[in-house]
Design a protein around this ligand. Structure first.
Ligand SMILES: [Zn+2]
Length: 83
């Protein structure tokens, strides 16, 4: 029996943490049509909208706080605590 070692390299977007199999540091949602990283405010807004969908019971303030906390853990935005 030959067990072939399967090595799946999981890349994570440095901006939002989403798993991306594409090359590059960022996922398709965090870059614009030219492949440039979107500004913090735009990524933040996108993430808020996403979170509002997956956690519909949260208030807007809770969503904003969670988004801020989450983005502070991302390599790209680490250290930022203000928009
Ligand atoms: Zn991303």
């Amino acid at each position: 029996m030959t067990a072939k070692q399967e090595t799946t390299i999981e890349m994570h977007c440095e901006s939002c943490g989403m798993v991306t199999n594409e090359q590059g540091e960022y996922c398709q949602y965090c870059v614009d049509e030219n492949g440039q990283l979107r500004p913090y405010e735009e990524v933040f807004a996108k993430m808020e909208r996403w979170l509002a969908r997956v956690e519909p019971t949260l208030s807007h303030e809770q969503i904003a706080q969670k988004t801020k906390n989450y983005m502070a853990t991302m390599p790209e935005w680490r250290g930022r605590d203000e928009i």
